[in-house]
Design a protein around this ligand. Structure first.
Ligand code: IPM
Ligand code: MN
Length: 359
């Protein structure tokens, strides 16, 4: 089959990890007789440098006409410490989420046996952890009204949610729970926030349609603690935009390397797939960043396109690279040598190709 894939390498290590994901996709295309047509687009600091804005119109068009979007990373340190900067690279990603209505962010977190010794948690605590965060991505405080008073002494960020916004992501989270361990944890701050109370009411109503799923509520502070003390407690976590941003960084540090975690951002019409590690600018151009999160994002992209066998082939290749220790320095701390971004990408692509030959 033929698919159009929008490719946004973005900033920092984005381009180098996306290149490895494309190698994996090309190997899949050859092994399974597909055609992937890539269209590259700019977003973030590179787009600001080239066009003056972080999200050129052309990028939106390329994304809208694609079957799926492969995304690298956004962000550049030159914007981070300047609170008065009017234009920021991150706005490109936020606006793209909004433009394409990518309301559901999915972040799977799994403890790989081979990496447990890299986890900051004790083996017996992290072992068998396997959960997924469903984060609402186009509402809440991220997108509410923002104001700074004329005298610059007071600022506001408004957080608002509608039942409609809560419902659509909630259904996806329940459906995911039905296919997993049938447990859903709603993370909120309902003891303080009105929006959280609306989340609880809406989610508890919807729960009646999913009687096979156990629903629990946790306050976000408690959830962050539990994630560290007892991560196996969780199956599917559902939460609003800001809390999801925070707890997914907590979650990502548990398993040994953030360089392994992929994510998808799904809307009614489109899906965007990206590593969660961000632009990691210190490593830019050094060929040391871990490409596995980007490669696993490509696997999620294939799942989204309905190419399940093909996605499995990528996942098997990633497992193999971890088992053989063909990995970058971030997960080689306790071993002797590591390899480069591009060599990991080559290994994964070769493995996909040869695996198929031997079938
Ligand atoms: C993420 C990132 C973004 C967010 C930034 C880059 C705007 O941290 O995808 O988690 O806060 O959503
Ligand atoms: Mn984040």
């Amino acid at each position: 089959m033929k698919f159009n894939i929008a490719v946004i390498p973005g900033d920092g290590v984005g381009p180098e990890v996306v290149e490895q994901a494309k190698k994996a996709l090309d190997a899949v295309a050859e092994a399974y007789n597909h055609i992937f047509i890539y269209k590259e687009a700019q977003l973030g600091a590179n787009a600001i440098d080239a066009t003056g804005g972080p999200l050129p119109k052309e990028t939106i068009e390329i994304c809208k006409s694609a079957d799926a979007i492969l995304f690298g990373a956004v962000g550049d340190p030159k914007y981070d410490n300047d609170p008065s900067a009017k234009i920021r690279p991150e706005q490109g990603l936020l606006n793209l989420r909004r433009e394409l209505d990518l309301y559901c962010n999915v972040r799977p977190v799994k403890a790989y046996d081979n990496l447990i010794s890299n986890s900051p948690l004790k083996r017996e605590v992290i072992k068998n952890s396997d959960f997924v965060i469903y984060r609402e991505l186009t509402g809440g405080i991220y997108f509410g009204e923002k104001t700074l008073s004329e005298d610059k002494q007071t600022a506001h960020d408004v957080s608002s949610y509608t039942v409609k916004e809560i419902s659509r992501v909630t259904h996806l989270a329940f459906q995911a729970a039905q296919k997993r361990k049938k447990k859903l944890t709603l993370v909120d701050k309902a003891n303080v926030l009105e929006t959280s109370r609306l989340w609880r009411k809406t989610v508890s109503e919807i729960a009646k349609e999913y009687k096979d799923v156990e629903l629990e509520y946790l306050f976000v502070d408690n959830a962050a603690m539990k994630m560290i003390l007892n991560p196996t407690h969780f199956d599917v976590i559902l939460t609003e935009n800001l809390f999801g941003d925070m707890i997914s960084d907590v979650a990502s540090s548990l398993c040994g390397s953030i360089g392994l975690l992929a994510s998808s951002s799904i809307g009614a019409e489109n899906g965007l797939f990206e590593p969660i590690h961000g632009s990691y600018s210190q490593a830019k151009g050094k060929d040391i960043a871990n490409p596995l999160a980007s490669i696993l994002s490509a696997a999620m992209l294939l799942q989204y396109l309905g190419l399940h066998e093909e996605a499995d082939a990528i996942e098997r290749a990633v497992d193999k690279s971890l088992a053989l220790g063909i990995t970058t320095q971030d997960i080689k701390r306790k071993m002797q040598k590591s390899t480069t971004t591009s060599k990991v990408g080559d290994f994964v692509a070769d493995y996909i190709t040869n695996q198929d030959d031997s079938n």
